[in-house]
Write a protein that binds this ligand. Structure first.
Ligand SMILES: [Zn+2]
Length: 258
């Protein structure tokens, strides 16, 4: 992610990053596409990757999301914006989560979405939702958004799970997963703001943000570099999210020889 000079939403580098991410997901067997969006009058993209579930009858869908774009607010669109934590960490984390589910036979559908236009005002997630028919919205069982999951700002490994009363069940189940599978200290909040889970919550969909505890020091500048990323810590947040998604997607055994 950080090898792109910037992932500013309307830059050619962003388009390259989106195409690269789509290829990664497609190579794992997901049906992946680019969705055109508009960012301040210019073209941008979301990356959407799908894997169908195997339940007989009606299926829900579980969404894992992160914003792929980065920004350097002082330097402008062309300035270096490695965006290692914000949000290379969540974007790379999403791709690795999808790798974990590569051979998983879920009951429900699994969908990964990498948004553009987040730093310009959650534009990718807003436009994604605006284009989603009501019947498709109703199929969403949960949305797990990742935005900044890789920097250890305090000595304790901690995660903030942020949602709204409508996502309380998701918060509870993620907290359980953290307790069962990780050493993470869990903080929760019912006051969602400033990332791509918000448009989903505003639409009444059970969505949460998972984010490093005491987030954010070097973000939105050229200083958000990969040497600040703590991989063991990021892995713990991913482990929590994988456990939760596995539970929500369910599992269908393979037929035949057992
Ligand atoms: Zn962010």
């Amino acid at each position: 992610m950080v090898s792109f000079p910037t992932r500013y939403s309307t830059s050619a580098h962003f388009a390259n990053a989106a195409a690269w991410a789509r290829e990664q997901l497609e190579a794992m067997g997901y049906v992946a596409r680019l969705q055109d969006i508009v960012v301040d009058g210019n073209p941008g993209q979301n990356v959407v990757a799908d894997k169908e579930g195997h339940a007989n009858g009606a299926r829900g869908v579980v969404l894992v999301t992160a914003h792929l774009d980065s920004i350097n607010t002082q330097g402008g669109p062309a300035a270096p914006a490695p965006g290692a934590d914000d949000n290379g960490s969540g974007s790379a984390g999403l791709i690795e989560m999808m790798r974990a589910f590569e051979d998983h036979r879920g009951e429900h559908d699994l969908r990964a979405v990498l948004f553009g236009g987040e730093e310009e005002g959650l534009l990718g997630s807003k436009q994604y939702l605006a284009n989603l028919p009501a019947a498709e919205r109703e199929r969403i069982r949960a949305v797990v958004n990742m935005d900044m999951i890789g920097t250890l700002n305090v000595p304790t490994h901690s995660v903030l799970i942020e949602g709204a009363p409508s996502s309380q069940k998701v918060i509870d189940r993620l907290s359980q997963a953290a307790m069962t599978y990780t050493r993470l200290a869990v903080e929760t909040s019912l006051h969602p703001f400033a990332s791509d889970h918000v448009p989903f919550i505003d639409a009444g969909i059970p969505a949460v943000l998972t984010i490093e505890g005491a987030d954010g020091t070097n973000v939105h500048s050229g200083a958000d570099t990969i040497d600040h990323i703590d991989y063991d810590f990021a892995l713990e947040i991913l482990r929590m999210n994988v456990a939760f998604v596995a539970r929500m997607v369910g599992r269908v055994p393979r037929r035949g020889i057992s």
